[in-house]
Design a protein around this ligand. Structure first.
Ligand SMILES: [Fe+2]
Ligand SMILES: [Fe+2]
Length: 289
C-alpha cells in the first residue's frame, strides 16, 4: 500500500470554462491543475498538465497567487495539444523544471476526425526545444510514488475494453494511420488519510473505469474519494454510457468532478444517475480534500 497525505489542495488553473464572477481569469479548451499535497510540515507542489497555450496557466497562476517557481515537477497526462501544448511556454517561464511524461506522448502525431476531416492534435514544439529551454524530461511507463501518497499512474491497465478509440489515430504518414491505443494516457492518484484516493485525470482516454480500477490496484486502497478531470464520454452510445455509469456506481466515489472533455449530455446523465455527488468544476475553483 502506498503512503498517505493529510490533505490535498487543487487550484484549477485551466478548464474549458471559467468560474462565474471571475474578472481576470481566462479559459481555453484544455486542462491544468496546480496541486499541493500536505503531510505534517511538508508541502509537495506540482503542476498537472499545462493547457494548450501555457499563457492561460501562467496568467491565471498570477491572479490566483500560485507561485509556479515552487513546483517540484510538471506532469503531462498525455500528448494532446490541450494538455501539453503549453509546455514549452511554461518551461521557458520557469527555467529548469522536471517533466514527467510517457515516452510515446510526443513521438508520434495524432489525428482526430472532425466532420470527416483529419485534424492535428499534437503540440507544435519538439522534444529538443523543451530540453533546450530547461526541461528535464523523465519518461515513465510504470507507477511512480513521487511523494508518500502521491502516485503517477504509469500506463493504465486495460481491465475493460477502451471506452472510445474510433476517432483517434497515430502515425507520421497520413495514408498509414493506426488506431491510437493511448498508452501515454496517465493519471495521478493521491491517497488522502481517512478519505481515500483523489484521482486526477487528463482526458481519461484509457477509460475512466479502467483508471479507477488501476488506482485501487496500484495504491492498494479501495475507497475512491474524488475524481476530477476529463472523462471523455461524449461520443459513447446511450447503452455504453449507461454501462460506464453503472460501473461508476459500483466503484462509488464520494465525489465526481467531470469536466473538460466529458461532454454536456454525459454530465447530465451522471448527475441524474449519481446525484449530488457529481459536481461542476471550472477555471478558478479551489478544491480541498
Ligand atoms: Fe483533452
Ligand atoms: Fe486528449
Amino acid at each position: 500500500m502506498v503512503g498517505s497525505v493529510d490533505c490535498v489542495r487543487l487550484v484549477v488553473l485551466n478548464e474549458n470554462t471559467v468560474k462565474s464572477g471571475s474578472k481576470k481569469l481566462l479559459a481555453e479548451h484544455g486542462l491544468s491543475m496546480y496541486v499541493e499535497a500536505k503531510k505534517e510540515d511538508s508541502i509537495f507542489r506540482f503542476l498537472a498538465d499545462v493547457g494548450q497555450s501555457g499563457d492561460v496557466v501562467l496568467k491565471n497562476a498570477l491572479h490566483m497567487n500560485v507561485d509556479l517557481r515552487d513546483i517540484e515537477f510538471i506532469f503531462i497526462s498525455h500528448g494532446h495539444y490541450d494538455h501539453a501544448g503549453g509546455l514549452l511556454n511554461v518551461v521557458k517561464s520557469l527555467g529548469r523544471v522536471k517533466v514527467y511524461v510517457h515516452p510515446v506522448a510526443f513521438k508520434r502525431r495524432r489525428f482526430k476526425i472532425v466532420k470527416g476531416k483529419l485534424s492535428e492534435s499534437t503540440p507544435e514544439f519538439r522534444e529538443e526545444d523543451l530540453k533546450k529551454s530547461g526541461a528535464e524530461l523523465v519518461y515513465i511507463r510504470e507507477p511512480h510514488e513521487v511523494f508518500p501518497g502521491v502516485v503517477l499512474s504509469g500506463e493504465v491497465k486495460r481491465y475493460l475494453p477502451l471506452e472510445i478509440k474510433e476517432n483517434y489515430f497515430v502515425g507520421e504518414d497520413e495514408t498509414k494511420l493506426e488506431p491510437d491505443m493511448f498508452l501515454d494516457d496517465q493519471s495521478i492518484y493521491i491517497n488522502v488519510k481517512d478519505k481515500g484516493l483523489v484521482v486526477l485525470t487528463g482526458c481519461a482516454h484509457a477509460g475512466v473505469v479502467n483508471i479507477l480500477m488501476h488506482a485501487r490496484e496500484v495504491c492498494g486502497v479501495k475507497d475512491i474519494y474524488a475524481v476530477i478531470g476529463g472523462c471523455h464520454l461524449e461520443p459513447l452510445s446511450d447503452e455504453k454510457l449507461s454501462e460506464v455509469i453503472q460501473k461508476l456506481k459500483e466503484i462509488n466515489p464520494t465525489l465526481l468532478y467531470p469536466c473538460h472533455c466529458t461532454g454536456f449530455e454525459p454530465i447530465i446523465k451522471m448527475r441524474e444517475e449519481l446525484g449530488l455527488k457529481v459536481k461542476q468544476v471550472t477555471t478558478g475553483d479551489v478544491l480541498e480534500f
